[in-house]
Design a protein around this ligand. Structure first.
Ligand code: FAD
Ligand code: FES
Ligand code: FES
Length: 480
Protein backbone atom coordinates (compact mmCIF):
# COMPACT_ATOMS: atom_id res chain seq x y z
CA UNK A 1 0.00 0.00 0.00
CA UNK A 2 1.31 3.41 -0.83
CA UNK A 3 2.23 5.14 2.41
CA UNK A 4 1.03 8.49 1.15
CA UNK A 5 -2.43 9.49 2.20
CA UNK A 6 -4.46 12.49 1.32
CA UNK A 7 -6.03 14.14 4.38
CA UNK A 8 -8.53 16.11 2.36
CA UNK A 9 -11.62 15.24 0.36
CA UNK A 10 -12.52 17.10 -2.82
CA UNK A 11 -15.77 17.26 -4.74
CA UNK A 12 -17.52 19.61 -7.14
CA UNK A 13 -20.41 21.77 -5.98
CA UNK A 14 -21.74 24.95 -7.59
CA UNK A 15 -19.18 24.63 -10.41
CA UNK A 16 -16.19 24.76 -8.12
CA UNK A 17 -13.99 22.25 -6.37
CA UNK A 18 -14.68 22.10 -2.63
CA UNK A 19 -11.86 20.80 -0.42
CA UNK A 20 -12.55 19.73 3.16
CA UNK A 21 -9.89 18.94 5.73
CA UNK A 22 -11.70 17.54 8.77
CA UNK A 23 -8.74 17.94 11.12
CA UNK A 24 -9.22 21.69 11.20
CA UNK A 25 -13.01 21.81 10.91
CA UNK A 26 -15.04 22.59 14.01
CA UNK A 27 -18.43 21.92 12.48
CA UNK A 28 -17.81 18.96 10.14
CA UNK A 29 -16.81 15.40 10.94
CA UNK A 30 -16.16 12.51 8.52
CA UNK A 31 -19.65 11.19 9.31
CA UNK A 32 -21.45 14.48 8.75
CA UNK A 33 -24.09 13.65 6.15
CA UNK A 34 -24.31 15.45 2.82
CA UNK A 35 -27.81 16.50 3.93
CA UNK A 36 -26.57 18.27 7.07
CA UNK A 37 -23.65 19.79 5.17
CA UNK A 38 -25.93 21.19 2.45
CA UNK A 39 -28.37 22.58 4.99
CA UNK A 40 -25.49 24.36 6.73
CA UNK A 41 -24.80 26.32 3.52
CA UNK A 42 -26.71 29.50 2.73
CA UNK A 43 -27.81 28.45 -0.78
CA UNK A 44 -28.77 24.78 -0.51
CA UNK A 45 -31.81 24.68 1.75
CA UNK A 46 -33.77 22.90 -1.01
CA UNK A 47 -32.35 19.64 0.32
CA UNK A 48 -34.94 18.76 2.99
CA UNK A 49 -34.85 16.44 5.97
CA UNK A 50 -37.98 14.31 6.28
CA UNK A 51 -37.01 11.01 7.85
CA UNK A 52 -33.17 10.95 7.89
CA UNK A 53 -33.31 7.22 7.10
CA UNK A 54 -33.68 6.93 3.33
CA UNK A 55 -37.45 6.44 3.34
CA UNK A 56 -38.97 9.72 2.14
CA UNK A 57 -36.69 11.08 -0.60
CA UNK A 58 -37.04 14.72 0.57
CA UNK A 59 -33.23 14.94 0.66
CA UNK A 60 -32.69 13.51 -2.85
CA UNK A 61 -29.63 14.90 -4.64
CA UNK A 62 -27.86 13.68 -7.75
CA UNK A 63 -24.25 12.51 -7.80
CA UNK A 64 -22.35 12.82 -11.06
CA UNK A 65 -19.42 10.47 -11.56
CA UNK A 66 -16.83 10.72 -14.31
CA UNK A 67 -15.80 7.33 -15.65
CA UNK A 68 -14.61 6.15 -19.05
CA UNK A 69 -14.72 9.73 -20.36
CA UNK A 70 -18.45 10.06 -19.64
CA UNK A 71 -20.45 11.53 -16.79
CA UNK A 72 -23.19 9.42 -15.19
CA UNK A 73 -25.99 10.86 -13.03
CA UNK A 74 -27.56 9.03 -10.11
CA UNK A 75 -30.18 10.14 -7.60
CA UNK A 76 -29.33 9.22 -4.01
CA UNK A 77 -30.54 10.14 -0.52
CA UNK A 78 -28.24 12.81 0.93
CA UNK A 79 -29.19 11.72 4.48
CA UNK A 80 -27.34 8.42 3.94
CA UNK A 81 -24.16 9.91 2.49
CA UNK A 82 -21.15 10.69 4.65
CA UNK A 83 -19.18 13.61 3.24
CA UNK A 84 -16.09 11.55 2.25
CA UNK A 85 -18.38 9.46 -0.01
CA UNK A 86 -18.59 12.57 -2.22
CA UNK A 87 -14.87 12.52 -2.97
CA UNK A 88 -14.18 12.75 -6.72
CA UNK A 89 -17.86 13.33 -7.59
CA UNK A 90 -20.10 16.26 -8.47
CA UNK A 91 -22.89 16.97 -5.99
CA UNK A 92 -25.93 18.39 -7.77
CA UNK A 93 -28.85 19.88 -5.84
CA UNK A 94 -32.16 21.40 -6.87
CA UNK A 95 -30.48 24.82 -6.80
CA UNK A 96 -28.00 23.72 -9.48
CA UNK A 97 -30.10 22.33 -12.30
CA UNK A 98 -31.54 25.49 -13.86
CA UNK A 99 -29.45 28.36 -15.13
CA UNK A 100 -29.64 32.10 -14.50
CA UNK A 101 -32.43 32.55 -17.04
CA UNK A 102 -34.35 29.29 -17.21
CA UNK A 103 -35.65 26.60 -14.95
CA UNK A 104 -34.70 23.03 -15.88
CA UNK A 105 -37.27 21.22 -18.10
CA UNK A 106 -38.28 18.96 -15.18
CA UNK A 107 -38.96 22.04 -13.06
CA UNK A 108 -40.96 23.66 -15.88
CA UNK A 109 -43.04 20.50 -16.25
CA UNK A 110 -43.79 20.34 -12.50
CA UNK A 111 -45.05 23.93 -12.60
CA UNK A 112 -47.07 23.44 -15.81
CA UNK A 113 -48.80 20.34 -14.45
CA UNK A 114 -49.37 21.53 -10.85
CA UNK A 115 -47.07 18.91 -9.35
CA UNK A 116 -46.55 20.72 -6.06
CA UNK A 117 -48.70 21.97 -3.18
CA UNK A 118 -46.92 22.53 0.16
CA UNK A 119 -43.65 22.01 -1.71
CA UNK A 120 -41.76 20.15 1.02
CA UNK A 121 -41.25 17.04 -1.10
CA UNK A 122 -40.85 18.91 -4.39
CA UNK A 123 -37.04 19.41 -4.53
CA UNK A 124 -36.59 15.69 -3.87
CA UNK A 125 -39.04 14.73 -6.62
CA UNK A 126 -37.33 17.19 -8.98
CA UNK A 127 -33.95 15.53 -8.39
CA UNK A 128 -35.36 12.02 -8.98
CA UNK A 129 -36.95 13.35 -12.17
CA UNK A 130 -33.63 14.93 -13.14
CA UNK A 131 -31.94 11.47 -12.82
CA UNK A 132 -34.72 10.00 -15.00
CA UNK A 133 -34.40 12.86 -17.52
CA UNK A 134 -30.65 12.36 -17.86
CA UNK A 135 -30.80 8.56 -18.14
CA UNK A 136 -34.06 7.62 -19.87
CA UNK A 137 -35.53 9.08 -23.02
CA UNK A 138 -39.34 8.80 -23.29
CA UNK A 139 -39.72 6.89 -20.01
CA UNK A 140 -42.48 4.29 -19.70
CA UNK A 141 -44.98 4.42 -16.84
CA UNK A 142 -43.07 1.60 -15.13
CA UNK A 143 -39.79 3.53 -15.42
CA UNK A 144 -41.42 6.65 -14.00
CA UNK A 145 -42.95 4.70 -11.10
CA UNK A 146 -39.57 3.13 -10.37
CA UNK A 147 -37.79 6.50 -10.48
CA UNK A 148 -40.30 8.05 -8.05
CA UNK A 149 -40.67 5.09 -5.65
CA UNK A 150 -38.23 6.62 -3.18
CA UNK A 151 -40.12 9.94 -2.93
CA UNK A 152 -43.14 10.49 -0.70
CA UNK A 153 -45.69 13.24 -1.24
CA UNK A 154 -48.45 13.73 1.30
CA UNK A 155 -50.52 16.40 -0.36
CA UNK A 156 -50.30 16.79 -4.13
CA UNK A 157 -51.20 13.29 -5.27
CA UNK A 158 -48.99 11.38 -7.62
CA UNK A 159 -50.92 11.75 -10.88
CA UNK A 160 -49.78 15.28 -11.62
CA UNK A 161 -46.19 14.47 -10.59
CA UNK A 162 -46.13 11.42 -12.86
CA UNK A 163 -47.61 13.51 -15.69
CA UNK A 164 -44.82 16.06 -15.17
CA UNK A 165 -42.14 13.36 -15.36
CA UNK A 166 -43.72 12.09 -18.56
CA UNK A 167 -43.92 15.55 -20.10
CA UNK A 168 -40.32 16.42 -19.24
CA UNK A 169 -39.03 13.14 -20.66
CA UNK A 170 -41.14 13.21 -23.82
CA UNK A 171 -38.70 15.38 -25.75
CA UNK A 172 -35.00 14.97 -25.19
CA UNK A 173 -34.18 18.63 -24.73
CA UNK A 174 -30.65 19.63 -23.98
CA UNK A 175 -29.91 21.11 -20.61
CA UNK A 176 -26.90 22.93 -19.22
CA UNK A 177 -25.37 19.59 -18.24
CA UNK A 178 -24.99 18.67 -21.90
CA UNK A 179 -21.91 20.94 -21.90
CA UNK A 180 -19.69 18.97 -19.56
CA UNK A 181 -16.22 20.14 -20.53
CA UNK A 182 -15.54 22.20 -17.43
CA UNK A 183 -17.08 19.61 -15.06
CA UNK A 184 -14.97 16.87 -16.66
CA UNK A 185 -11.88 19.03 -16.21
CA UNK A 186 -12.64 19.60 -12.54
CA UNK A 187 -13.56 15.96 -11.81
CA UNK A 188 -10.50 14.77 -13.73
CA UNK A 189 -8.30 17.06 -11.63
CA UNK A 190 -9.31 15.38 -8.34
CA UNK A 191 -6.68 12.73 -7.60
CA UNK A 192 -7.71 9.13 -6.84
CA UNK A 193 -5.61 8.64 -3.73
CA UNK A 194 -5.80 6.65 -0.51
CA UNK A 195 -7.47 8.99 1.96
CA UNK A 196 -7.09 9.03 5.73
CA UNK A 197 -9.21 11.56 7.56
CA UNK A 198 -9.18 12.14 11.26
CA UNK A 199 -10.40 14.50 13.90
CA UNK A 200 -10.41 14.21 17.69
CA UNK A 201 -12.66 11.16 17.89
CA UNK A 202 -12.86 9.57 14.44
CA UNK A 203 -10.64 8.03 11.79
CA UNK A 204 -12.01 7.48 8.29
CA UNK A 205 -10.02 5.50 5.72
CA UNK A 206 -10.96 5.59 2.07
CA UNK A 207 -8.78 3.18 0.10
CA UNK A 208 -8.44 3.81 -3.63
CA UNK A 209 -7.85 0.17 -4.65
CA UNK A 210 -8.52 -3.40 -3.52
CA UNK A 211 -4.99 -4.08 -2.29
CA UNK A 212 -5.11 -1.05 0.00
CA UNK A 213 -8.62 -1.99 1.17
CA UNK A 214 -7.52 -5.53 2.10
CA UNK A 215 -4.44 -4.23 3.92
CA UNK A 216 -6.58 -1.78 5.87
CA UNK A 217 -9.18 -4.34 7.00
CA UNK A 218 -6.39 -6.64 8.18
CA UNK A 219 -4.57 -3.86 9.99
CA UNK A 220 -7.73 -2.41 11.54
CA UNK A 221 -9.99 -5.46 12.13
CA UNK A 222 -12.24 -3.55 14.54
CA UNK A 223 -12.99 -0.75 12.06
CA UNK A 224 -16.50 -0.55 10.61
CA UNK A 225 -16.52 -1.34 6.90
CA UNK A 226 -18.90 0.62 4.71
CA UNK A 227 -19.71 0.24 1.03
CA UNK A 228 -22.96 2.09 0.24
CA UNK A 229 -23.56 2.85 3.96
CA UNK A 230 -27.34 2.41 3.58
CA UNK A 231 -27.31 0.20 6.70
CA UNK A 232 -24.49 1.84 8.65
CA UNK A 233 -25.53 5.49 8.09
CA UNK A 234 -28.64 4.87 10.21
CA UNK A 235 -26.42 4.23 13.24
CA UNK A 236 -25.33 7.85 12.88
CA UNK A 237 -28.57 9.52 11.81
CA UNK A 238 -30.94 7.56 14.08
CA UNK A 239 -28.78 6.42 17.04
CA UNK A 240 -26.45 9.44 16.97
CA UNK A 241 -23.53 7.06 17.31
CA UNK A 242 -20.00 8.32 16.79
CA UNK A 243 -18.36 5.48 14.86
CA UNK A 244 -14.68 5.65 15.90
CA UNK A 245 -13.07 4.07 12.83
CA UNK A 246 -14.45 3.51 9.34
CA UNK A 247 -13.03 1.85 6.22
CA UNK A 248 -15.04 3.07 3.23
CA UNK A 249 -14.61 0.69 0.28
CA UNK A 250 -17.22 2.49 -1.81
CA UNK A 251 -14.76 3.74 -4.43
CA UNK A 252 -12.75 0.55 -4.96
CA UNK A 253 -13.36 -0.04 -8.65
CA UNK A 254 -12.08 -3.67 -8.63
CA UNK A 255 -15.00 -4.55 -6.33
CA UNK A 256 -17.53 -3.09 -8.74
CA UNK A 257 -16.97 -5.20 -11.85
CA UNK A 258 -19.84 -7.28 -13.21
CA UNK A 259 -19.28 -9.96 -15.85
CA UNK A 260 -19.43 -13.64 -16.74
CA UNK A 261 -17.35 -16.60 -17.77
CA UNK A 262 -18.45 -19.92 -19.28
CA UNK A 263 -19.83 -21.30 -16.01
CA UNK A 264 -20.98 -18.43 -13.85
CA UNK A 265 -21.90 -14.76 -13.56
CA UNK A 266 -19.43 -12.75 -11.51
CA UNK A 267 -20.87 -9.88 -9.45
CA UNK A 268 -18.51 -7.50 -7.67
CA UNK A 269 -19.42 -7.21 -3.97
CA UNK A 270 -19.14 -3.42 -4.30
CA UNK A 271 -21.27 -3.06 -7.44
CA UNK A 272 -24.46 -1.13 -6.81
CA UNK A 273 -27.68 -3.12 -6.59
CA UNK A 274 -29.07 -0.97 -9.40
CA UNK A 275 -26.20 -2.02 -11.70
CA UNK A 276 -26.70 -5.67 -10.69
CA UNK A 277 -30.44 -5.38 -11.25
CA UNK A 278 -29.88 -4.10 -14.80
CA UNK A 279 -27.38 -6.92 -15.51
CA UNK A 280 -29.65 -9.64 -14.09
CA UNK A 281 -32.83 -8.69 -15.95
CA UNK A 282 -32.44 -11.36 -18.63
CA UNK A 283 -29.58 -13.42 -17.14
CA UNK A 284 -30.67 -14.10 -13.54
CA UNK A 285 -34.43 -13.35 -13.46
CA UNK A 286 -34.99 -14.61 -9.89
CA UNK A 287 -32.43 -12.12 -8.53
CA UNK A 288 -33.77 -9.36 -10.80
CA UNK A 289 -37.29 -9.95 -9.46
CA UNK A 290 -36.07 -9.48 -5.89
CA UNK A 291 -34.00 -6.38 -6.72
CA UNK A 292 -36.98 -4.83 -8.52
CA UNK A 293 -38.72 -4.54 -5.12
CA UNK A 294 -35.58 -3.77 -3.10
CA UNK A 295 -35.76 -0.35 -1.39
CA UNK A 296 -35.97 2.43 -3.96
CA UNK A 297 -33.78 3.57 -6.84
CA UNK A 298 -32.03 6.05 -4.51
CA UNK A 299 -31.20 3.16 -2.14
CA UNK A 300 -30.17 0.71 -4.88
CA UNK A 301 -27.84 3.27 -6.45
CA UNK A 302 -25.87 3.33 -3.17
CA UNK A 303 -26.42 -0.14 -1.69
CA UNK A 304 -24.27 -3.13 -2.61
CA UNK A 305 -24.63 -6.91 -2.65
CA UNK A 306 -21.58 -7.19 -0.37
CA UNK A 307 -23.36 -4.89 2.09
CA UNK A 308 -26.57 -6.93 2.03
CA UNK A 309 -24.60 -10.12 2.70
CA UNK A 310 -22.32 -8.36 5.20
CA UNK A 311 -25.28 -7.30 7.31
CA UNK A 312 -26.50 -10.96 7.32
CA UNK A 313 -29.96 -9.77 8.30
CA UNK A 314 -32.71 -12.43 8.67
CA UNK A 315 -34.83 -10.21 6.43
CA UNK A 316 -32.11 -9.27 3.94
CA UNK A 317 -33.75 -9.61 0.54
CA UNK A 318 -30.93 -11.19 -1.41
CA UNK A 319 -29.99 -14.05 0.94
CA UNK A 320 -32.86 -16.50 0.18
CA UNK A 321 -32.57 -16.08 -3.57
CA UNK A 322 -28.74 -16.33 -3.51
CA UNK A 323 -29.06 -19.62 -1.59
CA UNK A 324 -31.57 -20.90 -4.16
CA UNK A 325 -29.19 -19.82 -6.93
CA UNK A 326 -26.38 -21.82 -5.24
CA UNK A 327 -24.21 -18.68 -5.29
CA UNK A 328 -20.60 -18.85 -4.18
CA UNK A 329 -19.32 -16.04 -1.97
CA UNK A 330 -15.68 -15.08 -2.42
CA UNK A 331 -14.12 -13.74 0.76
CA UNK A 332 -10.55 -12.39 0.86
CA UNK A 333 -8.25 -11.83 3.82
CA UNK A 334 -4.73 -12.35 4.98
CA UNK A 335 -4.68 -16.03 3.95
CA UNK A 336 -5.83 -15.32 0.42
CA UNK A 337 -9.31 -15.99 -0.84
CA UNK A 338 -11.97 -18.50 0.24
CA UNK A 339 -14.96 -19.62 -1.78
CA UNK A 340 -17.95 -20.25 0.47
CA UNK A 341 -21.18 -21.81 -0.82
CA UNK A 342 -24.06 -19.46 -0.02
CA UNK A 343 -25.91 -22.46 1.47
CA UNK A 344 -23.32 -22.33 4.30
CA UNK A 345 -22.52 -18.60 4.40
CA UNK A 346 -25.07 -17.43 7.00
CA UNK A 347 -24.27 -18.74 10.47
CA UNK A 348 -26.81 -17.03 12.72
CA UNK A 349 -28.52 -13.76 13.58
CA UNK A 350 -26.46 -11.11 11.69
CA UNK A 351 -23.57 -13.57 11.62
CA UNK A 352 -21.84 -14.81 8.49
CA UNK A 353 -18.67 -16.68 7.59
CA UNK A 354 -16.94 -13.38 6.63
CA UNK A 355 -14.67 -12.69 9.60
CA UNK A 356 -13.12 -9.48 10.87
CA UNK A 357 -10.07 -8.68 8.75
CA UNK A 358 -11.80 -10.04 5.62
CA UNK A 359 -13.81 -8.59 2.78
CA UNK A 360 -16.50 -10.12 0.62
CA UNK A 361 -15.11 -9.42 -2.85
CA UNK A 362 -17.22 -11.34 -5.37
CA UNK A 363 -20.44 -13.28 -5.69
CA UNK A 364 -20.49 -16.05 -8.31
CA UNK A 365 -23.82 -17.28 -9.64
CA UNK A 366 -23.63 -20.57 -11.54
CA UNK A 367 -25.44 -20.44 -14.88
CA UNK A 368 -28.51 -22.59 -14.29
CA UNK A 369 -28.90 -25.83 -16.17
CA UNK A 370 -31.88 -26.63 -18.36
CA UNK A 371 -34.89 -27.75 -16.40
CA UNK A 372 -33.90 -26.10 -13.11
CA UNK A 373 -36.58 -23.70 -11.91
CA UNK A 374 -35.59 -20.93 -9.51
CA UNK A 375 -38.00 -18.40 -8.02
CA UNK A 376 -37.87 -15.59 -5.48
CA UNK A 377 -40.74 -14.08 -3.50
CA UNK A 378 -41.11 -11.13 -1.14
CA UNK A 379 -44.22 -10.43 0.91
CA UNK A 380 -44.32 -7.00 2.51
CA UNK A 381 -47.01 -4.58 3.66
CA UNK A 382 -46.51 -2.50 0.51
CA UNK A 383 -44.89 -3.50 -2.75
CA UNK A 384 -42.08 -0.94 -2.83
CA UNK A 385 -39.67 0.48 -0.28
CA UNK A 386 -40.65 -1.92 2.46
CA UNK A 387 -39.00 -4.57 4.56
CA UNK A 388 -39.97 -8.18 3.87
CA UNK A 389 -42.42 -9.82 6.24
CA UNK A 390 -41.65 -13.20 4.70
CA UNK A 391 -39.39 -13.86 1.72
CA UNK A 392 -38.36 -17.01 -0.07
CA UNK A 393 -36.00 -18.50 -2.62
CA UNK A 394 -36.93 -21.85 -4.16
CA UNK A 395 -35.04 -24.17 -6.51
CA UNK A 396 -36.42 -27.29 -8.18
CA UNK A 397 -35.32 -29.90 -10.71
CA UNK A 398 -37.63 -32.81 -11.46
CA UNK A 399 -36.62 -36.27 -12.63
CA UNK A 400 -38.45 -38.34 -15.22
CA UNK A 401 -40.91 -39.65 -12.63
CA UNK A 402 -41.82 -36.05 -11.68
CA UNK A 403 -40.02 -36.28 -8.34
CA UNK A 404 -37.49 -33.66 -7.16
CA UNK A 405 -33.90 -34.52 -8.06
CA UNK A 406 -32.92 -31.22 -6.46
CA UNK A 407 -34.96 -29.06 -4.09
CA UNK A 408 -34.11 -25.99 -2.05
CA UNK A 409 -36.81 -24.22 -0.02
CA UNK A 410 -35.34 -21.29 1.86
CA UNK A 411 -37.17 -18.60 3.79
CA UNK A 412 -36.37 -15.15 5.18
CA UNK A 413 -38.38 -13.56 8.00
CA UNK A 414 -39.32 -16.93 9.54
CA UNK A 415 -36.42 -17.38 11.98
CA UNK A 416 -33.44 -15.56 13.50
CA UNK A 417 -31.59 -16.19 10.23
CA UNK A 418 -32.43 -17.02 6.64
CA UNK A 419 -33.09 -20.75 6.86
CA UNK A 420 -33.96 -23.77 4.74
CA UNK A 421 -37.18 -25.70 5.43
CA UNK A 422 -35.23 -28.94 5.88
CA UNK A 423 -38.07 -31.16 7.07
CA UNK A 424 -40.31 -30.02 4.24
CA UNK A 425 -37.50 -30.53 1.71
CA UNK A 426 -36.82 -34.04 3.04
CA UNK A 427 -40.49 -35.03 2.91
CA UNK A 428 -40.83 -33.86 -0.70
CA UNK A 429 -37.57 -35.38 -1.88
CA UNK A 430 -39.09 -38.75 -2.85
CA UNK A 431 -42.64 -37.63 -3.59
CA UNK A 432 -44.31 -36.82 -6.88
CA UNK A 433 -44.47 -33.03 -7.37
CA UNK A 434 -48.25 -32.76 -7.08
CA UNK A 435 -50.70 -30.44 -5.34
CA UNK A 436 -51.60 -33.24 -2.92
CA UNK A 437 -48.01 -33.78 -1.76
CA UNK A 438 -47.36 -30.03 -1.58
CA UNK A 439 -50.41 -29.61 0.67
CA UNK A 440 -49.18 -32.45 2.89
CA UNK A 441 -45.62 -31.08 2.90
CA UNK A 442 -46.66 -27.56 3.77
CA UNK A 443 -47.91 -28.83 7.18
CA UNK A 444 -44.23 -29.49 7.96
CA UNK A 445 -43.38 -25.80 7.56
CA UNK A 446 -44.92 -25.33 11.00
CA UNK A 447 -42.36 -27.83 12.30
CA UNK A 448 -39.47 -26.22 10.39
CA UNK A 449 -40.08 -22.72 11.78
CA UNK A 450 -41.34 -20.97 14.91
CA UNK A 451 -41.79 -17.44 13.55
CA UNK A 452 -42.17 -14.45 15.84
CA UNK A 453 -44.97 -11.90 15.99
CA UNK A 454 -43.83 -8.31 15.48
CA UNK A 455 -45.06 -5.00 14.07
CA UNK A 456 -45.05 -6.44 10.57
CA UNK A 457 -47.08 -9.56 11.20
CA UNK A 458 -48.29 -12.19 13.61
CA UNK A 459 -46.62 -15.60 13.85
CA UNK A 460 -49.66 -17.45 12.48
CA UNK A 461 -49.89 -15.16 9.49
CA UNK A 462 -46.18 -15.72 8.75
CA UNK A 463 -46.70 -19.48 8.94
CA UNK A 464 -49.60 -19.21 6.49
CA UNK A 465 -47.61 -16.94 4.14
CA UNK A 466 -44.74 -19.43 4.05
CA UNK A 467 -47.16 -22.28 3.21
CA UNK A 468 -48.90 -20.25 0.53
CA UNK A 469 -45.58 -19.33 -1.09
CA UNK A 470 -44.80 -23.02 -1.45
CA UNK A 471 -48.18 -23.58 -3.08
CA UNK A 472 -47.57 -20.59 -5.35
CA UNK A 473 -44.23 -22.10 -6.37
CA UNK A 474 -45.90 -25.42 -7.13
CA UNK A 475 -48.49 -23.60 -9.26
CA UNK A 476 -45.82 -21.66 -11.14
CA UNK A 477 -43.72 -24.75 -11.76
CA UNK A 478 -46.65 -26.89 -12.82
CA UNK A 479 -49.53 -24.97 -14.35
CA UNK A 480 -48.64 -23.67 -17.84
C1 FAD B 1 -34.68 3.13 3.10
C2 FAD B 1 -34.00 1.80 3.09
C3 FAD B 1 -34.59 0.75 2.39
C4 FAD B 1 -33.98 -0.51 2.41
N1 FAD B 1 -34.61 -1.51 1.73
C5 FAD B 1 -34.08 -2.75 1.79
C6 FAD B 1 -34.74 -3.82 1.13
O1 FAD B 1 -35.77 -3.65 0.45
N2 FAD B 1 -34.20 -5.05 1.28
C7 FAD B 1 -33.06 -5.28 2.00
O2 FAD B 1 -32.61 -6.43 2.08
N3 FAD B 1 -32.41 -4.28 2.60
C8 FAD B 1 -32.88 -3.02 2.51
N4 FAD B 1 -32.23 -1.99 3.13
C9 FAD B 1 -30.99 -2.25 3.86
C10 FAD B 1 -29.72 -1.95 3.03
O3 FAD B 1 -29.98 -1.06 1.99
C11 FAD B 1 -29.14 -3.22 2.42
O4 FAD B 1 -28.79 -4.14 3.42
C12 FAD B 1 -27.93 -2.95 1.52
O5 FAD B 1 -27.69 -4.04 0.66
C13 FAD B 1 -26.66 -2.65 2.31
O6 FAD B 1 -25.63 -2.39 1.39
P1 FAD B 1 -24.59 -1.21 1.66
O7 FAD B 1 -23.51 -1.32 0.64
O8 FAD B 1 -25.26 0.07 1.75
O9 FAD B 1 -24.05 -1.68 3.10
P2 FAD B 1 -23.30 -0.89 4.23
O10 FAD B 1 -24.26 -0.11 5.06
O11 FAD B 1 -22.14 -0.15 3.68
O12 FAD B 1 -22.76 -2.14 5.07
C14 FAD B 1 -23.66 -3.08 5.63
C15 FAD B 1 -22.88 -4.14 6.40
O13 FAD B 1 -22.11 -4.94 5.51
C16 FAD B 1 -20.71 -4.85 5.80
N5 FAD B 1 -20.05 -4.82 4.49
C17 FAD B 1 -20.29 -3.99 3.45
N6 FAD B 1 -19.55 -4.36 2.38
C18 FAD B 1 -18.82 -5.42 2.76
C19 FAD B 1 -17.87 -6.24 2.10
N7 FAD B 1 -17.54 -6.08 0.81
N8 FAD B 1 -17.29 -7.25 2.81
C20 FAD B 1 -17.63 -7.47 4.10
N9 FAD B 1 -18.53 -6.73 4.78
C21 FAD B 1 -19.13 -5.72 4.11
C22 FAD B 1 -20.56 -3.58 6.62
O14 FAD B 1 -19.47 -3.65 7.47
C23 FAD B 1 -21.87 -3.55 7.39
O15 FAD B 1 -21.81 -4.39 8.50
C24 FAD B 1 -32.78 -0.71 3.12
C25 FAD B 1 -32.16 0.35 3.77
C26 FAD B 1 -32.76 1.59 3.76
C27 FAD B 1 -32.09 2.73 4.48
S1 FES C 1 -34.55 12.66 4.75
FE1 FES C 1 -35.94 11.11 4.13
S2 FES C 1 -34.81 10.04 2.63
FE2 FES C 1 -33.38 11.43 3.42
S1 FES D 1 -46.36 18.82 -2.09
FE1 FES D 1 -46.66 18.64 0.05
S2 FES D 1 -45.74 16.74 0.55
FE2 FES D 1 -45.67 16.82 -1.59
Amino acid sequence: MTKKYSHTISFVLDDEIINIDFSDSESLSPTTTALNYLRSLPNHKGCKEGCAEGDCGACTVVLATYENKAIGYQAVDACLIFLPMLHGKQLITVENIGDSKNLHPVQEAMIDLDGSQCGFCTPGFIMSMFDLYKNTNKPTNAQIDDALTGNLCRCTGYRSIIDAAQKAGAKKARDKFSQQKETKRMLGAIPKANIRLSNNNQIYHKPADKKSALELVQKHPKATIIAGATDIALRVTKNHEIIPEIIDIGDVSELKTIGANKNYYKLGAGASLEAIKTFCKTKVPALYKMLAVFGSKQIRQLATLGGNLGSASPIGDTTPVLIALRAIIVVEGKNGSRKIPMTEFILGYRKSQCKRGELITEIHIPKSTNGTQIQSYKISKRKDLDIATVSAGFRLSLDKSNKPSELILVYGGMAEMTKRAKRTEKYLSDKVWSRKTIEEASKLISADFTPISDARSGARARDLMAKNLLLKFWTETTVQ
